[in-house]
Design a protein around this ligand. Structure first.
Ligand code: SF4
Length: 179
């Protein structure tokens, strides 16, 4: 005789008492993050004469890359301590951080944001979907990666990339002399 399936309540209770589903975070290497952020700030001042202003744009991501970007603004990384500002308008930005594939619906607003950004400006494609469409590649709703619509200065691979990898990408962009 087959065993009767547990009721939803019993299953919930069993799951609550069982092992946690989430994996604990690896400890953050605070000194390494602070070093990266300070170098990034110095490179921004050297190349642009001021601290970097970053504007995040999401023309179609699943939200994962967005969350990693948001982590850079939160209490753990708190990039603003180093003068790296996230700004709400592209008019105040030097760097556009674009996450996700470019959906056809948001292609025109992405171009409008780029046009509103003053020169010199740089575009970084954050995550595999922003590079070539990633898991959304081939969808009728997707034009492609960011380079289907804008010139891309730098890419940061990953699904999603970790905040430190995004910081390293920004630093490489500035230190490579693209600015
Ligand atoms: S790269 Fe991964 S996390 Fe980022 S938008 Fe694509 S599927 Fe989501």
């Amino acid at each position: 005789m087959s065993e009767e399936a547990p009721s939803p309540l019993r299953r919930l209770w069993r799951n609550l008492r069982g092992r946690p589903g989430a994996v604990p975070l690896a400890p953050l290497d605070t000194a390494a993050v602070e070093d990266l952020a300070a170098r990034l700030q110095a490179a921004g001042i050297r190349r642009l004469g001021r601290g970097l202003s970053l504007h995040a744009i999401d023309p179609g991501s699943c939200g994962g890359c967005e969350l990693e970007l948001r982590a850079l603004r939160g209490v753990v990384y708190e990039l603003e301590r180093f003068g790296l500002r996230f700004v709400d308008s592209p008019r105040q930005a030097e760097v556009l951080l674009v996450t996700g594939p470019v959906t056809r619906a948001l292609q025109a607003p992405l171009v409008a944001a780029w046009e509103a950004t003053p020169d010199p400006k740089f575009v970084i494609a954050i995550g595999d979907c922003a590079i070539d469409g990633g898991v959304f590649k081939g969808s009728y709703a997707v034009a492609g990666g960011v380079d289907s619509t804008l010139h891309v200065d730098f890419v940061v691979r990953g699904c999603p990339p970790a905040p430190e990898e995004i910081l390293e990408g920004l630093l490489l962009l500035l230190e490579a002399g693209a600015a």
